[in-house]
Design a protein around this ligand. Structure first.
Ligand code: GLU
Length: 285
């Protein structure tokens, strides 16, 4: 039997905090217990928000915690061609279209039509009329250099996706075979004019290319799995197992954020905490 493959996939847009520590530790422990492999992936697609010092800190903080991983480390910014290729495959299925509204224009369209459905993260579903633009008008606006987002036509995609989608879940929330509900996300963005792939597209492509079998990540990404399963099906990629774990919350019960220095691993380390203290703080041991 081939060994299971785990991965920790942070974005270098801030310092790692206690929530990342829990995720990384659960991954490495599961990999060790199963005689599996552990990968580190740097999700730096959004080059405007990612910084080299955060990336260097990820390596340093994880090593300090006792996490180990295989080389080479995959950095998304070095693999744009892989995402473009996947996008082309989706475009060939005729389920991708460009939309030209800015975020502010989308917000105004939604405000005029409230109540309007929201996705599981609370963002309004895409309301624009881009699907009814004529092919000629689309081509003209793209050629004129207007910014655009490439979106998945959810209705068409679902009509092509193989029937009822599920995923296998063994995390801290609902477990077993979970029914995916990608329609709840509407016409998700797959790429932008100046960015080769959205998070959803890149994560699905990378997990498949890296042979990841077990995705251990926070419960905040539970619902995103519905989109990932749809993209995996459309691109004929294997379905990994999923374990969405509990989140580490702050004293007020809120999800930790990269901007709160108080829970950054380097800050806690500077205060003299040891890796064992961190394990206790995130509820391990
Ligand atoms: N890069 C994502 C994050 O930092 C995690 C992606 C994943 O685990 O699927 O939140």
């Amino acid at each position: 039997m081939t060994p299971p493959v785990f991965r920790f996939a942070p974005s270098p847009n801030g310092y790692l905090h206690l929530g990342h520590a829990l995720s990384a530790l659960l991954n490495i422990e599961a990999a060790r217990a199963a005689g599996g492999r552990m990968l580190l992936r740097i999700e730096d697609i959004d080059v405007t928000r990612c910084r080299p010092e955060f990336e260097a800190a990820i390596h340093e903080d994880l090593a300090w915690l006792g996490v180990t991983w295989e080389q080479p480390v995959r950095r998304q910014s070095e693999h744009f061609a892989d995402y473009s290729e996947a996008l082309e495959r989706l475009r060939a299925l005729d389920i991708v279209y460009p939309s030209f509204e800015s975020r502010a224009e989308i917000a105004a369209l939604v405000a005029a039509r409230e109540p309007w459905p929201r996705d599981p993260d609370g963002a309004p579903l895409y309301p624009g009329a881009a699907k009814s633009i004529t092919p000629h008008e689309r081509a003209r606006r793209m050629a004129a250099g207007e910014p655009y987002a490439l979106r998945l036509d959810m209705q068409k995609a679902l009509a092509q996706g193989a029937g009822k989608l599920t995923w296998s879940e063994y995390g801290d929330g609902a477990t077993g075979d979970i029914a995916a509900d990608p329609a709840a996300w509407g016409d998700v963005v797959l790429a932008r004019k100046d960015a080769p792939a959205s998070y959803h597209l890149a994560v699905v492509v990378d997990d498949a290319l890296q042979g990841v079998t077990d995705i251990v990540r926070g419960l905040d990404l539970f619902h995103a799995t519905s989109v990932h399963r749809l993209l995996q099906t459309l691109l004929a990629l294997p379905a990994p197992r999923y374990r969405h774990h509990r989140l580490v919350l702050d004293a007020d019960g809120r999800k930790l954020s990269k901007s709160t220095a108080a829970t950054a691993l380097r800050e806690l380390r500077a205060q003299g905490l040891t890796p064992s203290d961190i394990r206790r703080r995130v509820g391990l041991d």
